[in-house]
Design a protein around this ligand. Structure first.
Ligand code: UFG
Length: 337
């Protein structure tokens, strides 16, 4: 298949590009590079052994999006592109709604006009909202607690309506839990452009000496050790989930399918800290501080639906995630050049 990967220079996108090429697919990346460095592409060329076809523009530009589809035939699209920082979305709600919705409208319009009806969308476990029961199942109600989360809820709804209006579409809504880790080569990984909001990149920057210490947000949650529990999934397992979903869409009965991509296992902040300390080989400075507003006590997937329907299962352990993150961070202390 010829697959268009939007946001293919980003963290999850780049790992998925490597696996798509390995699986024999032709790949075109479209990325605005608003939140990714161009040097990612040189790494992808090394890992795939071929020059990746890259188009550098923002999908919100409808003319450029239309022009791309008018000149290239795609069999499917994986849509990763989007703004993703929860805190920033609270500061800049209009920018988040505009960017994440308009890029999707532009893309789906061009797909429809050119008869491309196979789409994999990057959704998030954040659509289960603040009050969801664990383990989270796909049929739970959706809501959000911040503008970023609402863009995921809204795009899911838009795509469900598109599929209802024209049942020849085959759309996968993939709800990611907490992606961490890096490619085992250490050549690609997560490279936040600012101070990391998320636990794993923050820990990695503490370990490499870029941050003084980890602040653990809350030690009094109703969890086994009092710290927040999440379902961390290795980015390589997550990328494999995209390939499985893409292939499944060819034989899917329904226009729209929703799959959780998680491990089904919860890990606390303290457990993650200790696993990272094992990977690095020494203790890391940390302190327990107040809870972070908006955080929930625990979040983990029921991954049964993806396992049954996609024949896909996350296999990598928390230690694998930490070892691979540390390889990436220690060999690229300042991220991509
Ligand atoms: N945490 C800390 N210190 C930090 C960062 C995080 O203690 O410096 C804790 C959090 O309180 C939480 C856990 O580590 O208990 C994980 O936090 P992350 O920020 O890494 O991840 P979240 O679960 O908060 O958010 C992630 C994604 C969001 C997505 C959300 C729900 O980053 O995009 O999952 O799916 F919306």
């Amino acid at each position: 298949m010829h697959v268009l990967v939007s946001g293919g220079a980003g963290y999850i996108g780049s790992h998925t590009v490597v696996q798509l090429v390995a699986a024999g697919h032709a790949v075109t990346v479209v990325d605005s590079f608003a939140n990714a460095k161009p040097s990612v592409i040189a790494r992808l060329n090394i890992l795939t052994g071929e020059p990746i076809d890259v188009r550098s523009f923002d999908l919100t530009d409808r003319d450029k999006t239309e022009h791309l589809f008018a000149h290239e035939h795609f069999d499917a699209v994986i849509h990763f592109a989007g703004f993703k920082a929860v805190g920033e979305s609270v500061e800049k709600p209009l920018e988040y709604y505009e960017n994440n919705l308009e890029s999707t409208f532009s893309l789906v319009r061009a797909m429809r006009r050119h008869g491309v009806r196979r789409l994999v969308f990057s959704s998030s476990a954040t659509v289960y909202g603040a009050d969801a029961e664990v383990p989270m199942k796909e049929d739970a109600p959706t809501s959000a607690t911040n503008p970023y989360g609402w863009t995921k809820v809204m795009v899911e709804q838009v795509l469900r309506d598109v599929g209802a209006a024209d049942p020849t579409w085959r759309i996968a809504l993939l709800r990611y839990f907490n992606p961490v880790g890096a490619h085992s080569s250490g050549l690609v990984g997560e490279d936040p452009s600012d101070i990391p909001n998320n636990l794993m990149p923050f820990l990695a920057q503490v370990a490499v000496g870029r941050r003084e210490k980890l602040s653990i947000y809350g030690g009094d949650y109703p969890t086994p050790d009092g710290t927040g529990v999440r379902d961390y999934i290795h980015v390589e397992d997550l990328a494999a989930g995209h390939i499985a979903a893409l292939e499944k869409l060819a034989s899917a009965d329904e226009p729209v399918s929703t799959w959780n991509l998680g491990t089904g296992r919860g890990t606390s902040v303290l457990e993650m800290l200790h696993a990272f300390e094992r990977a690095v080989g020494h203790d890391l400075p940390h302190e327990i501080v107040d809870r972070r507003p908006g955080d929930i006590a625990q979040s983990y997937a029921d991954p049964t639906k993806a396992e049954t329907e996609l024949g896909w299962k996350a296999t990598r352990t928390i230690d694998d995630m930490c070892v691979d993150t540390w390889r990436w961070q220690s060999t690229n202390p300042d991220g991509y050049p």
